[in-house]
Each structure stands twice: as C-alpha cells, then as structure tokens.
Design a protein around this ligand. Structure first.
Ligand code: KIV
Length: 266
C-alpha cells in the first residue's frame, strides 16, 4: 500500500484485478485524508469551481486559483498520483498556451500529471505535452467545460453516431499518449466497450462498473455538498448534516455559557 503511485503504476493496472480508486481534493487537509486512506489518484478537479468557490459551473476557474489548490493538496499527498485539472481557457486558445500552463502546474504546484477535456480536437497538444514529459489524463463524455455547448448535464453519447465518435476520440487520445481516460456520464455499455477497446485504464464517473477505476468528487460522496443528487452518486456520509448539527450545538453552548468551561480555560 505504501508504494508511490506513478503513471506507470496506473498503466500497469489495466486488465489486472486492481480497480483504480480516485477522488478529488482541493486542500492539504483533504489531500492528506484521501492519501492516507490509500486512494490511488488524487485529482485536483476544476469542480472546485462548484463545490469550493460556489459557482454554477467550472468555467470561471482560473490558472492562479488552480495553482493555489494543487500546491495546497501537494503538501498533503505523498503516495497517490497527483493530477491537476487544466481549467477552461488554459489550453483551448493555443497549444503554446496549453504547454505553458501545464508546465506551471508541474513546476509551481508539484503536479505529476494534468487532465484535459476533449477528444480529437486536443490530440496535437496531448502529443506535445507527453513528448515533453508531462503525463496527460484524458476526459470524454460529459465534459463540464462544454456545458454551454451541451445545454445541461445530460448523459452523453447516447446515439449510435455519438457513441462511435466517443470511441474514435478515445482511440485518438490513446494514440496521442494519454496514460488514462476519465469517462463521465455515458451509458455503461459504451464505457465497457471503450474499456475493452483501448489499452490504457478508463476511470469512470457515472459510466458504470466496467471501467478500470472510479472517481468521485469528494464533497459529493461525503455529503458535504448536498445541492445535487445525480443517480451515479453514492453518498458515503452525510457530513453536511453533521456540520449543521455541530454548529447548532456550538451556538447553544456559547449562548448558554456552557462553553468554555473551567477545563477549557487558562
Ligand atoms: O473536475 C473534476 O472534479 C473532474 C472529475 C469529476 C472527473 O473532472
């Protein structure tokens, strides 16, 4: 369990009995908890835009904000592979800009890989990044940075033609050099087909059980962010309720004079 997880380790788990586990983190405290629990991949997702910053989408997240999150998580993580999510606008306008921003994640924040959303459109950049020694995780299906194009958080690739396009994109990304591929909110049967078709691990979120691994947003799975309830989400705790209850008790204790007591005073 203590052996450092690298992109080589992730690749080696394809077709093995080991299901890859991944969760997001945005700060050192959660990074440390997730890492010490034995999670394989810690993703500093631009979902920080929703669950941390309170935006409706991931679109507003900037490079400087993501650098702050990734470098914070870096200080809590030692075993897991640390992946930085490239935010909207950090790689879409040119490959040069994408290269510069990926290099910032590696040099300034200590990321070990970057994640990019998109298929064939980004394979030129993926090739340049991997050839420069920057490992890339792909992301297909419901890619939240394209929410304005999709018009909502619907299941993706549900028709024959869009399913075929997704398989083509997965193959193109593999060919360009990605070491793993996130599949978000697509039919389970399609995720199975992609997983069987490509030779790099797939990591699913709302993509059924056949993927080589699973990822969830930590605030969602712990029930801290309880504003959305997608069908794919399993809640492992209801921390928002626990926090509300603790805060209520604190207010009562301060107002009643019960806190602090003699033992809690100098
Ligand atoms: O931003 C994020 O947290 C993600 C995961 C949900 C895969 O992209």
């Amino acid at each position: 369990m203590t052996k450092k997880v690298t992109t080589k380790t992730i690749r080696s788990w394809k077709g093995s009995d080991h299901k890859i586990t991944s969760l997001t983190a945005y700060d050192a405290t959660f990074g440390k908890l997730v890492d010490s629990a034995g999670i394989d991949v810690v993703l500093v997702g631009d979902s920080a835009g929703n669950v941390f910053a309170g935006h409706d989408t991931t679109i507003p997240m900037t490079m400087d904000q993501m650098i702050y999150h990734v470098s914070s998580v870096r200080r809590g993580v030692s075993r897991a592979l640390l992946v930085a999510d490239m935010p909207f606008g950090s790689y879409q306008s040119s490959d040069e800009k994408g290269m510069e921003n990926a290099i910032r994640f590696m040099k300034e924040a200590g990321a070990e890989a970057v994640k990019l959303e998109g298929g064939k459109r980004i394979t030129g950049l993926v090739k340049k990044l991997t050839e420069s020694g920057i490992p890339v995780m792909g992301h297909l299906g419901l890619t939240p940075q394209s929410i304005n194009e999709f018009g909502g958080y619907h299941t993706q690739a549900t028709s024959e033609i869009t399913a075929e396009r997704l398989i083509d994109d997965a193959q193109a990304l593999q060919h360009a050099g990605v070491f793993s591929l996130v599949l978000e909110k697509i039919p389970a049967a399609l995720a199975k087909k992609v997983t069987e078709t490509i030779s790099i691990p797939t990591i699913g979120i709302g993509a059924g059980p056949a993927c080589d691994g699973q990822v969830l947003v930590i605030y969602d799975m712990l029930g801290l962010y309880d504003e959305i309830e997608p069908k794919f989400l399993r809640r492992y705790a209801n921390l928002a309720d626990d926090v509300r209850s603790a805060l209520g008790r604190y207010i009562d204790d301060v107002q009643s004079g019960d806190f602090p007591n003699e033992d809690e005073s100098y």
